[in-house]
Write a protein that binds this ligand. Structure first.
Ligand code: AHR
Length: 324
């Protein structure tokens, strides 16, 4: 690993971290030739993802980090190829947001053998060898699923009789799909009236959410609630519910995760009922970690992002200043 200049250390350690609540802040670091970061992004499937990519690009520019950004197409092979290209290019640090949890050990071992530290961001990898990455920066997806479940339990507290829930899941095998499903199930099992009657992969996209919801509506006449694993899927579900002649937010309650502008707007209009935040503005925190990792400073194994959740009134209050 190359030795950093004193100036570089000062610049990186001077960066502020992103704060929760969907805002990004921090002083501008002067641009300079510095650390070379290879970042492999999942794709461009959602508003969250686009905001995450932009946040990382801006933060890299502000920190003077030379960013080699490769946006995959939601395929693990493309991300593996990108990581191998970063290894060949001998970048200083590799960061990536893994599309699915498992199957990374081989390529991460190659990075380790090449002496290149890896930061996992947004989505966790499933590995028994914790030496394969230095730190993980991202949301607590299980907590997000729990928040969705807590709203539902509270909403139906005084209701007697079955509540039929359908779940539009995120990409099969991805950390947010696995963990949001688990957190939600853990909380709603407290009330046996709350029954998940069907569950399918909507791939975190609007088109996926619409298609899955249209299928649910064809096959089930008694859907009370949709838990969509992100806003885009939930907004797709809104479209399918309206096309079926029902009122989203009234005839069918909808809970989503992310709290993008579009999600919060639909919540403010009453077409969604509750939105759990997943903050994509990870760029400043990522650059801070990149600087520390490159200069050999200690970093926590896990950095969790601060997040909240929104009902209709809370959405109206934050919408004017929402960045994504
Ligand atoms: O990994 C974060 C998830 O991925 C977001 O909730 C979703 O919108 C994105 O596609």
């Amino acid at each position: 690993m190359r030795r950093p200049s004193t100036l570089l250390v000062l610049v990186i350690t001077g960066l502020l971290t992103a704060c929760g609540g969907g805002e990004e802040s921090g002083p501008r670091a002067p641009a300079q030739g510095g650390i070379r970061l290879g970042f492999s992004q999942v794709g461009a499937e959602s508003a969250w993802r686009l905001a995450n990519t932009t946040s990382i690009e801006h933060a890299a520019t502000n920190a003077g980090v030379q960013l080699d950004l490769r946006v995959a197409d939601g395929k693990q092979d493309s991300q593996t190829n990108a990581i191998r290209a970063f290894i060949d290019a001998k970048v200083d640090v590799i960061a990536f947001s893994p599309v699915v949890e498992s199957g990374w050990d081989k390529v991460l071992q190659e990075a380790k053998d090449a002496g290149i530290p890896v930061i996992v961001t947004d989505r966790m990898v499933d590995t028994t060898d914790t030496s394969l990455f230095v730190t993980m920066l991202g949301s607590d997806f299980t907590a997000e699923g729990r928040k969705a479940g807590e709203w539902l339990v509270e909403h139906y507290r005084d209701f007697n009789g079955p509540v039929h829930i359908v779940e539009i899941e995120g990409t099969t095998g991805s950390a947010p799909a696995n963990q949001r499903r688990a957190g939600f199930a853990e909380v709603i099992k407290a009330d046996t009236d709350l029954q998940v009657i069907d569950s399918r992969d909507g791939d975190f996209t609007r088109a996926g959410g619409e298609q899955v919801m249209a299928g649910f509506l064809r096959e089930h006449t008694d859907i009370d609630v949709v838990f969509a694993h992100n806003d885009d899927e939930g907004l797709g579900a809104v479209k399918a519910i309206e096309a079926a002649g029902k009122r989203p937010g009234q005839d069918v309650k909808i809970i989503t995760v992310d709290a993008s502008r579009d999600g919060l707007s639909a919540l403010a209009e009453g077409r969604l009922n509750y939105v759990v935040e997943c903050n994509p503005l990870l760029g400043p925190q990522l650059m801070e970690l990149v600087g520390k990792v490159k200069t050999g400073q200690a970093v926590p194994r896990r950095v969790v992002v601060d997040e909240t959740a929104f009902d209709r009134e809370a959405a109206k209050a934050v919408l004017p200043n929402r960045q994504y």
